[in-house]
Design a protein around this ligand. Structure first.
Ligand code: DC
Length: 230
């Protein structure tokens, strides 16, 4: 494994499903000219690998092996597995649901750890997920915990699904989000929770632009503090 440079800065953006962290991470990375890691995509890819091969999702060693061996390429907004474009497939609700059910298993989390850390490259990385600030990049100089109330998130998720031509059952989406939040927060390994040094940011009443600006401002402040300490 290539050791990540300790000097390479990371901004972690953790939060619950549909809190908008993916969009915010992409925009912050674009503004700074940094790399981006959508760690949820890796869990979705592992779930997709299980479904695609008809593997036994209960055989967690087999799942972890599949996750370790999967041949994944991220090319801008597209995601490829073994050369096949799986961008749309891994965004399906049932794939996200399986990802959330597989994610509590330490063997799978361990299998994905080095892959996630390898994204840490100069000039910097914006990483979004559930445990970016607590487990994967505990030394990140800026950690954001992005929340939004479950109604706002549910409305956003339905909007995304409609944009994809789907016709979501709003009540089912709402209940599914609640179920997933509970599962992500209550698991014993790397649960969804803010790192002790994370900045909480509630985006329920903020636009994407306002949220991005807030994160960029936090980054400017943290840079200024670091310079002051030098
Ligand atoms: O962010 P997402 O909805 O695409 O993630 C899909 C699932 O993967 C989520 O329900 C929990 C899991 N996940 C995780 O356990 N840890 C991460 N860092 C990212 C995602």
């Amino acid at each position: 494994m290539i050791k990540p440079s300790i000097a390479t800065p990371v901004i972690t953006i953790d939060g619950p499903t549909a809190s908008g962290k993916g969009t915010i991470a992409q925009r912050v990375a674009l503004a700074l000219g940094w790399h981006v890691l959508d760690s949820g995509a890796l869990y979705r890819l592992a779930a997709w690998a299980v479904l695609d091969r008809n593997a036994d999702a209960n055989d967690i060693d087999q799942v972890a092996l599949l996750a370790r061996r999967m041949d994944v390429t991220f090319a801008g907004p597209q995601t490829f597995m073994s050369g096949k474009d799986v961008t749309e497939m891994i965004r399906q609700e049932h794939v996200g649901d399986l990802a959330s059910r597989l994610a509590p298993h330490p063997a799978l989390r361990e299998a994905l750890l080095d892959r996630q850390r390898a994204f840490r490259e100069n000039p910097g990385l914006v990483a979004d997920g559930r445990d970016m600030g607590t487990v994967v990049f505990p030394d990140a100089p800026l950690k954001v915990f992005l929340t939004a109330d479950v109604h706002a998130r549910s409305a956003r998720r339905c909007h995304q699904l409609r944009e994809r031509g789907e016709c979501p059952d709003e009540q089912a989406v709402f209940l599914d989000l609640q179920k997933r939040d509970e599962r992500d927060m209550q698991r014993t390994v790397a649960p969804l929770k803010p790192a002790d040094d994370a900045h909480a940011l509630d985006s329920s009443a903020l636009t994407v632009e306002q949220t991005v600006e807030h994160v960029l401002e936090l980054w400017r402040v943290s840079l200024a503090k670091a310079k002051h300490l030098l």
